[in-house]
Write a protein that binds this ligand. Structure first.
Ligand SMILES: [Cu+2]
Length: 150
């Protein structure tokens, strides 16, 4: 069968602009993917010397346990400039552990330990709160963070 006469015969044309275009798009995708992967790797990497804080949520308060066994309820004392690793869980329903000023936010789920880490760089007093509606007194499920000057 013969091709209709108004068809353009592309076989004689050079395709280099298309290949340049494809090359640029592929290079951009690879670059963006690699950057995203690298940032994720940096953010997720917990420093070896991070101190462990066990965070337990329950209706309607927070309890904290330091590595040395010290326990605190409704407040937490940390040292400025020290990296901390939080292991977060819940005794009843799903809560969410949040320190707005330090951009810390992690779900507290019964039967599961979720991990997050951060370094409190500035000394002072900060609010901690529950960010997942967890029942009647959810609004009051707050705790105080004290970052002590190094
Ligand atoms: Cu809660």
């Amino acid at each position: 069968m013969k091709a209709p006469e108004n068809w353009i015969d592309m076989s004689e044309h050079s395709h280099w602009p298309e290949w340049v275009y494809i090359g640029v798009v592929v290079a951009l995708l690879v670059y963006v993917g690699a950057e995203a992967w690298n940032i994720e790797r940096i953010v997720e990497h917990i420093p070896e010397d991070a101190e462990l804080i066990t965070v337990t949520a329950q209706q309607w308060f927070w309890s904290f346990e330091h590595e040395d066994g010290t326990k605190e309820i409704g407040e937490l004392h940390l040292k400025q400039g020290v990296p901390y690793k939080f292991e977060i869980t819940s005794k009843d329903v799903i809560h969410s552990f949040n320190i707005p000023d330090y951009l810390v936010l992690m779900d507290a789920v019964p039967g599961r330990i979720n991990t997050i880490w951060f370094v409190p760089v500035d000394a002072g007093e900060y609010e901690m709160q529950c960010r997942e509606y967890c029942g009647l007194l959810h609004y009051n499920m707050r705790a105080k963070l004290y970052v002590e000057k190094a």
